[in-house]
Design a protein around this ligand. Structure first.
Ligand SMILES: NC(=O)c1ccc[n+]([C@@H]2O[C@H](COP(=O)([O-])OP(=O)(O)OC[C@H]3O[C@@H](n4cnc5c(N)ncnc54)[C@H](OP(=O)(O)O)[C@@H]3O)[C@@H](O)[C@H]2O)c1
Length: 397
């Protein structure tokens, strides 16, 4: 096993994972990577469950400033990691063998850019994020040469975590983490299947499995892809609808407004049609696609996940409230790109994407908190006669 694991992205998921791994005995060092300098950060990570907060303190810290990574010494002073006086500090930074990335999908390229010079084909990167598409972008933008590309692993995370202040998060619902070699829906998949996992990959899986609160299990790329697609559908229904209606997942799935359910059902039907048409032979058989991704099965799946999430506020709604960019183009946007390639129409999905992007472009804390009047997305759907539920007048959840 690698003697050090680096963790980049220290929001809700990153803090939960780092905190849980820190509790494993005989573990490697955990280097927490801060992508922008902080004058002060707490020395420990805090996770709260059922009102009880637990702290973990045994970490090393690195922070990025002016093109270099700096190692923090105890007492919070910082000094360059190696060759402090050297102009060549960048190329002398220590290689990273195992990297866990827990940033939002749209921050993937920028975050990896900061550590690219420390990665090689001997490195393993585990991506803990929702959405599909960022790895293909990474190949194109940062690692066009497959022979020197790091080994990619992906995870499907079903835990619910709410980020509090810095280095602190609340584990609002216990879920699981499925991890394994990254499945790819493009040609890159075939290439990645033939790659041999570097030694760091096995050690990382075994470490995750020993971390009690992560509830982690290893999956084949085929199984992982199936789970990723189910998660993609779930997030592409729950996240935008809760964002547009400004409600929790519980509020969405228990809504008695027929138009809300009709919109949700219409999205599920469009996603089902797209997934069933994807050229995934060799990964998921045509029969499995038909049964596992029928609209009825998907509806059951997303309702089960929604019930477990309960009062959880989706990250998309949290992003909009904080005036930040959302992951919509890696969720619903992924279905839109597939639909274009396959020549399938997905009108409801397109409207939902447009409405989220509109809300995103004008989102800031003040506007959202002063949000007056009912959300208008469902009105738009009705006006466009896209749903067969005309005549429903209220848009309240
Ligand atoms: N939270 C959940 O319940 C949950 C569950 C399952 C899956 N997920 C998925 O997991 C992923 C991470 O979610 P999250 O909730 O942990 O997000 P988050 O709380 O927003 O945390 C993201 C972290 O990434 C950091 N970051 C942003 N840009 C960066 C960059 N260029 N380089 C390095 N770090 C950067 C942020 O730093 P700053 O402190 O500077 O903002 C923040 O610490 C997302 O894809 C999300 O959809 C989340």
């Amino acid at each position: 096993m690698a003697d050090t694991i680096h963790i980049l992205g220290l929001g809700g998921v990153g803090v939960l994972v780092a905190h849980s791994l820190a509790g494993v005995t005989n573990r490697p060092r955990l280097n927490l990577m801060l992508h922008r300098p902080k004058e002060y950060h707490p020395p420990s990570l805090a996770i709260t469950r059922n009102g009880v907060t637990e702290y973990q303190t045994d970490f090393d810290f690195e922070s990025y400033q002016d093109g270099c990574w700096y190692r923090e010494l105890p007492g919070s002073s910082v000094e360059p990691m190696e060759h402090s006086q050297s102009q060549s500090v960048l190329c002398n930074e220590a290689p990273i063998h195992v990297l866990i990335v827990a940033v939002k999908a749209h921050h993937t390229i920028h975050s990896i850019q900061l550590v690219k010079h420390r990665l090689s084909r001997h490195s393993t990167i585990l991506f803990l994020q929702n959405g599909i598409g960022s790895l293909d972008e990474l190949d194109t933008e940062l690692f066009p040469n497959a022979s020197v590309r790091p080994y990619y692993m992906s995870a499907v995370v079903t835990h619910c975590i709410r980020r509090n202040e810095f280095f602190s998060a609340t584990h609002t619902a216990m879920g699981s983490i499925s991890l394994g070699s990254s499945p790819r829906t493009t040609e890159a998949f075939k290439a990645s299947m033939s790659l041999k996992a570097p030694p760091g990959a096995d050690g990382l899986v075994s470490l995750f499995k020993r971390a009690y609160y992560l509830n982690a299990a290893v999956r084949s790329p085929q199984e992982l892809l199936q789970q990723q697609l189910n998660k993609l559908v779930t997030n592409s229904v729950h996240n935008p609808l809760t964002s547009l209606l400004d409600c929790s997942i519980e509020g969405l799935i228990t809504s008695t407004n027929p138009l809300v359910q009709a919109t949700s059902d219409a999205l599920v039907c469009e996603f089902s049609d797209i997934i069933k048409a994807l050229p995934l032979s060799g990964l998921i058989s045509k029969e499995d696609l038909e049964t596992e991704f029928s609209a009825a099965k998907l509806k059951t799946t997303i309702n089960q996940i929604g019930q477990r999430a309960g009062a959880h506020t989706t990250s998309m709604l949290q992003d909009l409230r904080n005036g930040e960019q959302t992951e919509i183009m890696y969720l619903n946007g992924c279905f839109m790109r597939w639909a274009v390639d396959l020549g399938i129409d997905c009108p409801v999905n397109k409207i939902i994407i447009r409405k989220v992007l509109e809300k995103e472009s004008k989102a800031d804390k003040i506007m959202l908190h002063q949000n007056a009047g009912p959300p208008d997305v469902l009105d738009d759907l009705m006006k466009g006669n896209l749903l067969s539920t005309t005549g429903v007048e209220t848009t309240q959840v």
